[in-house]
Write a protein that binds this ligand. Sequence first.
Ligand code: 4H7
Length: 266
Amino acid sequence: MRIKILTLFPEMFMPVLGRSITGRAIERGILAIEPIDIRAYTKNKHNRCDDYPYGGGAGMVMTPQPVYDCFRAATKDFPARRILLSPRGKTLTQQRARELAQEENLIFLCGHYEGVDQRAVDEWIDEEISIGDYVLTGGELAAMVVIDCLSRHIPGVLGSGESAQEESFSDGLLEYPQYTRPALYEGRAVPEVLLSGHDANIRTWRRERSLDITRERRPELLEKAELTLEDRVYLGLEEPPPKRPRRRKKKAEAPGQDAQNLPESP
Ligand code: 4H7
């Protein structure tokens, strides 16, 4: 995937996205990140990219000319979905990140000041995305969050050990707690079951911790989560199903009238 980022702060991106898992994806050629300096396109004699808001009020607005010209250059021979990071956007979800990971090309516009002149948004933007209900000084950190999140869903970005499936939100629950060596650290022990090697017990323990943490912190997630019958019983949402009568090992027995012991019909 190729991603162009239109921004007043192009130097912010590579020190973050150039490392770790996204950095490895860039080195492998699976991902290309191209920050583009909007200011390079301004025709203002003082290099300004902002101006006063029509109608008055505090702060400045990103002026349309450099944004238009930057988009014109960036989209030449580069057909891409064009996204503005904005608190007015639809909130990013794991599902939306997975869908965006299917795109060949993306362009992100990072707004600053009190926002972007609406004509530039109307002309160039396909979709607005928010990373949550809070305010940032600019769209750059939001763009990096979206890029980090979607890149994990591009085939080959995660290694064989790192799965995008078996984790929080893939089944709609929060993750169970993780432990590594040593088994005892500063008086705190790793839960016994994790040392037992008993795979079924470990899976049950992890599932129950996920259910506990989700109910405690994000109970609304339980409504939408994919819950098994066992999950629902654990949460007390369901009566345990009647136990299937355990057949005792059959002892040698005198032939009786019991249907089970009737000889096979001819
Ligand atoms: C576009 C439009 C994203 C970009 C407006 C961006 C939060 C998010 C910005 C603004 C962002 C998010 C203008 C909104 C100034 C805040 C005081 C940059 N903030 N601004 N306002 N939640 N800020 O994804």
